[in-house]
Design a protein around this ligand. Structure first.
Ligand SMILES: [Zn+2]
Length: 423
C-alpha cells in the first residue's frame, strides 16, 4: 500500500504527489524490463512512445509542445508577459540499456507536476514556463552524453551530432527523422531566462545523512583518458617469467595506481577504470596488448590537473618496469561547473520554507544542467535514491521524496519568476 502525499502552498497551488507517481509508473511501461527497470535508448521506438505521451500529457495541461532540430521537446505554458524568455525546467526521458525508472525521468515528470500545479490552480506566472525533454542525455547509444543540451548551449555543432553513428552504424540524423522528431526550429535559437533541473542524486550521501533535498552547487570536473599498453604475445607454457612482456599484468599495476592516485586526494577525488579489452584474450597466451579507459574527477579543477600529472608520471614508470610500452591520451576534459549563486539560493530558500532537511552538494555525474549553466542562470535539486544506486534496473526512490523534490522545484521556479527581469 503506497502512502500518497501532497505538498501544498497555501491557496491551492501544490504538487500532486499521487499524480507524479502515477506518471512515473505509467511512462515506465515504455521500454519496461522484467526486472523493473527501463531500456529506452534514445531515438528508438520506445523513445518515440514516451515523447508522444509527453506531448499528449502536456497539451492536456494547456501547454503548447514543440521540438527543435535536435528533437529537444519544449512544453510551453504562457506567462502574463509572453514576450519574456521562459523560465525553463528540464531533464531527460532516455535511459541506459539497463536503466532505472527515475534517472532523468523524475526531472521531466517533476517539471510536469509543476505545470499541473500551475494549471489546476489557475496561477499565471509572469514569465512563460517551459518544460524541456533533452534528446540523448545518456550518450549510451550515441556518444557523448548530454549531446543535445550540448548543441543547445553551443558546445557541439548540429552537424557533428547529426553525423554520429551508433554501434550498428545507424546515423543520428536519420534515426531522429525516423521517429518523427526532427523539428524546424534551429537548436539553440531559443532564449531562456533561467534553468532548473530536478534529479536523483545517483550517489549515497543524502540517504546516509537522512536529507531529503540536495541543493546542488555545481558539477565536479572530469577528465577521461584512453590507454593502450603494448607488450608481446607469447606462449603461456614456454615463456619464462623474466622474459615476458605481459601487457595485462602491466595494466593491472596501472589500474591499481589509478585508484591510489584518487585516494591520495581523499575524500573528494574519484578514479575509475571501467572498460578494458585484453588481446588476444586466450587462456594460454601471455597478453600482448591491453586497452583501457580512465575516468578521474574532483570538484576542484586544480586537483584534477594534479591527478593527471601523477598519472602521466607514474604510469610510464610502471610500463618501463613491466617491459611494455604505454600510449595514453586524454579524450575528454570537462571543467568543474559552478551554478548561479542566485539560483542556488532560490533552491535553498525553497527547501527551507517547506521544512525539508537539506544540504549543499556537488554533483558527481554530469547533467544537462552543466551545459545550460554556460548560457543561463542554472541550479539543480537532488533527492535521495536507495543505496545511491543508479544506471541500474533496481534504481529506487520514495514517492515522498519525489513529491518533495517537485515541491522545491515549483517554489524555486516561482522565486525565479519573481526575481528575474529578463530585460
Ligand atoms: Zn540523468
Amino acid at each position: 500500500m503506497t502512502q500518497h502525499t501532497t505538498a501544498t502552498h497555501g491557496s491551492n497551488l501544490g504538487i500532486d504527489g499521487q499524480a507524479l507517481w502515477s506518471d512515473l509508473m505509467e511512462t515506465a511501461r515504455f521500454g519496461g524490463t522484467p526486472k523493473g527497470g527501463i531500456r529506452r535508448l534514445t531515438l528508438t521506438a520506445e523513445d518515440r512512445q514516451v515523447r508522444d505521451w509527453f506531448v499528449r500529457t502536456c497539451e492536456a495541461l494547456g501547454c503548447t509542445v514543440t521540438h527543435d532540430s535536435m528533437g529537444n521537446q519544449f512544453a510551453r505554458r504562457p506567462g502574463q508577459d509572453d514576450s519574456l524568455p521562459p523560465i525553463t525546467i528540464g531533464s531527460h526521458l532516455d535511459t541506459q540499456p539497463t536503466g532505472g525508472k527515475y534517472d532523468g525521468i523524475l526531472g521531466v515528470l517533476g517539471g510536469l507536476a509543476v505545470l499541473r500545479a500551475l494549471h489546476r490552480s489557475g496561477y499565471v506566472t509572469r514569465h512563460p514556463i517551459e518544460l524541456i525533454n533533452w534528446t540523448n542525455e545518456e550518450g549510451s547509444r550515441f556518444t557523448p552524453p548530454m549531446m543535445c543540451s550540448g548543441v543547445f548551449a553551443g558546445v557541439f555543432t548540429e552537424q557533428e551530432v547529426l553525423d554520429k553513428r551508433d554501434r550498428a552504424g545507424k546515423r543520428f540524423g536519420d534515426e531522429l527523422e525516423a521517429i518523427g522528431y526532427r523539428g524546424s526550429e534551429p537548436c539553440g535559437q531559443h532564449p531562456v531566462t533561467a534553468y532548473f533541473e530536478l534529479h536523483i542524486e545517483q550517489g549515497p550521501i543524502l540517504e546516509a545523512e537522512e536529507k531529503t533535498i540536495g541543493i546542488v552547487t555545481g558539477v565536479q570536473g572530469a577528465r577521461w583518458y584512453e590507454a593502450t599498453v603494448t607488450g608481446k604475445d607469447a606462449h603461456a607454457g614456454s615463456t619464462p617469467m623474466p622474459m615476458r612482456h605481459d601487457a595485462l599484468l602491466a595494466a593491472a599495476r596501472m589500474i591499481e595506481t589509478v585508484s591510489e592516485v584518487a585516494l591520495s586526494h581523499a575524500p573528494t577525488a574519484v578514479g575509475t577504470v571501467g572498460l578494458i579489452e585484453n588481446q588476444p584474450n586466450s587462456n594460454n597466451v601471455v597478453p600482448g596488448e591491453v586497452f583501457f579507459t580512465i575516468d578521474m574527477r574532483d570538484p576542484d579543477d586544480a586537483v584534477v590537473r594534479r591527478m593527471e600529472e601523477q598519472l602521466y608520471s607514474q604510469l610510464p614508470e610502471i610500463a618501463q618496469r613491466s617491459g611494455v610500452t604505454l600510449d595514453i591520451v586524454r579524450i575528454w576534459d570537462a571543467p568543474a561547473v559552478h551554478f548561479n549563486p542566485a539560483c542556488i539560493d532560490m533552491v535553498e530558500a525553497a527547501a527551507m520554507e517547506s521544512g525539508y532537511s537539506a544540504r549543499r552538494i556537488v554533483s558527481g555525474p554530469g547533467h544537462d544542467a552543466a551545459y545550460m549553466a554556460r548560457i543561463t542562470p542554472t541550479a539543480m535539486i537532488f533527492v535521495p535514491c536507495a543505496d545511491g544506486l543508479s544506471h541500474n534496473e533496481a534504481e529506487s526512490i520514495t514517492e515522498q521524496d519525489a513529491t518533495a523534490g517537485a515541491d522545491v522545484l515549483l517554489r524555486a521556479v516561482l522565486k525565479a519568476d519573481a526575481a528575474f527581469n529578463s530585460r
